[in-house]
Design a protein around this ligand. Sequence first.
Ligand SMILES: NC(=O)c1ccc[n+]([C@@H]2O[C@H](COP(=O)([O-])OP(=O)(O)OC[C@H]3O[C@@H](n4cnc5c(N)ncnc54)[C@H](OP(=O)(O)O)[C@@H]3O)[C@@H](O)[C@H]2O)c1
Length: 316
Amino acid sequence: MTEKKIIAVVGATGAQGGGLVRAILSDASGGFTARAITRNVNSDKARELAQQGAEVVAADVDSLESLKKAFQGAYGAFCVTFFWEHFSPQKEFAQAKAMATAAKHDGLEHVIWSTFEDTRKWVPLSDNRMPTLMGKYKVPHFDAKGDANQVFTELAVPTTFLLTSFYWENLINFGMGPKKGPDGKLAITYPMGDKKLPGIAAEDIGKCAYGIFKKGREFIGQTVGVAGEHLTGAQMAAALTKALNQEVRYNDVPPEVFRSFGFPGADDIGNMFQFKRDFQEVFCGPRHPSVARALNPSLQTFAGWLAQNKSRIPLE
Ligand SMILES: NC(=O)c1ccc[n+]([C@@H]2O[C@H](COP(=O)([O-])OP(=O)(O)OC[C@H]3O[C@@H](n4cnc5c(N)ncnc54)[C@H](OP(=O)(O)O)[C@@H]3O)[C@@H](O)[C@H]2O)c1
């Protein structure tokens, strides 16, 4: 019997990494085992992963030494950072660098780095159509991830660069779901005009990552984008209307209005939506759902995701 290849999964108790761990564990004959990385091996989520068959190990992406230990003996690793825990692009870059360095040190054969575009390639800081944030970013939670791609490349880590999409779970737990207006009617509010927003069920990102690992070396050095569907705000509202059996409208607002909403990160997310709106081809082009479906045949559509999750969407 050939020995199974270990995939060390950062963020294993979270959305992307959790999806990957579950995908590995649910394919017993797939040739891989999951090493779930967490800061707290005793948390309920970590224990649950252990019960499901994952090897659970402690590491913190702020500690290079802990990452080196956690990646040791693994074939591959899934690397992701957690912008919304600290709101610091500099920290995100440092964490990505630590993961790339540990992967190099331990001689990993395949790393998937969950990244985004560095939007400054298309919107230089001198471009005033959107404000520069934190001194040197346009979309802070994108730009440092994209900037960190070079670290994986410079260290010659065998890497697949995974471009992810807007989680539809944001409608449940990121305040992006339908809200009642002064007229009592429900509406989703995104500054996307009539442009399409690539979206995905968060669980499908991990399943796609598993599909990439299963392909061996095929995608190393390449950028792979994943989305379940590309939908306009109006199309999302129509799908919500059908699923919830009550009218949900799409409220298109200018990005500057969205940026002024005042919740933490509203300016970052306003710029993000504006980038997706104004550079539609750049953003949608590399995230064709057919690519994601080839990697993950059970890829969900928005309607399919809604059928499973509509009762979890708070209607405020
Ligand atoms: N929301 C969206 O639409 C969206 C879409 C695409 C990409 N993203 C990106 O996704 C990233 C977050 O990924 P996610 O949603 O999978 O995360 P998540 O669900 O928030 O999970 C984060 C997990 O990572 C672990 N973690 C946090 N800080 C850590 C640290 N210092 N060291 C080690 N582990 C740590 C935590 O586990 P323990 O507590 O067990 O350690 C936690 O369970 C963000 O950078 C965001 O920009 C978001």
